[in-house]
Unconditional design. Structure first.
Length: 200
């Protein structure tokens, strides 16, 4: 049986037993794009996402002995990745508090996009600026959510996981996932309505 014929769980179990790096590489390959995209959306920064991706698979390697045989690999992997993303967001917040006068990579990206909007002739610049401002408001509203709500929105809305899968990753009941998502939607709606009314 080749590595590509095995389930994730079989790959991890055999890797744990044999230390065969090819099996681990197959696991990384399977989740490379999907997990990186999740982390990129969660963190809003390519470099942070790459770091969190590497840290996630380092933890998979270090904790593979703790993986329960009856458990599914994917939710376990996402639980590790979500924790790495939460840690990365906390580090960024601490760095911003220490150095408020420096612009963050995300802010630099926003400036670059704005310059591109102003220079582009494909679309009416005022329309692109308006869309850019709406996106910025949504991202700002998302970033203002408590971590518990932010994680649920990322997993359910952006990653497309089922409530049950998100609950397993976050180690909370399904009802908690639903209530956090509803609360998050309520907060985002309030922010959106307030901004929409102000700009009328």
């Amino acid at each position: 049986m080749t590595p590509s014929d095995r389930t994730d769980e079989q790959l991890l179990a055999t890797y744990r037993r044999t230390g065969d790096r090819g099996l681990f590489a197959e696991l990384v390959h399977r989740y490379e794009r999907e997990l990186y995209n999740f982390l990129r959306r969660y963190l809003g920064d390519a470099t942070l996402a790459e770091d969190a991706f590497q840290a996630t698979f380092l933890q998979v390697h270090l904790k593979c002995e703790q993986f329960d045989e009856g458990r599914r690999f994917r939710p376990w992997l996402y639980a590790i990745a979500t924790n790495q993303a939460i840690d990365a967001r906390r580090r960024v917040r601490r760095q911003r508090m220490v150095s408020l006068d420096r612009s963050s990579p995300a802010e630099q990206d926003d400036v670059l996009r704005l310059v591109q909007v102003l220079e582009s002739s494909e679309e009416d610049p005022s329309e692109r600026i308006e869309r850019h401002e709406r996106n910025a408001q949504v991202n700002e509203a998302l970033a203002s959510l408590p971590e518990s709500m932010f994680s649920v929105v990322q997993l359910v809305y952006f990653q497309g996981l089922k409530y049950r899968e998100a609950a397993e990753i976050l180690e909370v009941p399904v009802g908690t996932v639903k209530s956090r998502l509803n609360s998050a939607i309520g907060k985002l709606t309030d922010v959106w309505n307030a901004n929409h009314i102000e700009t009328r």
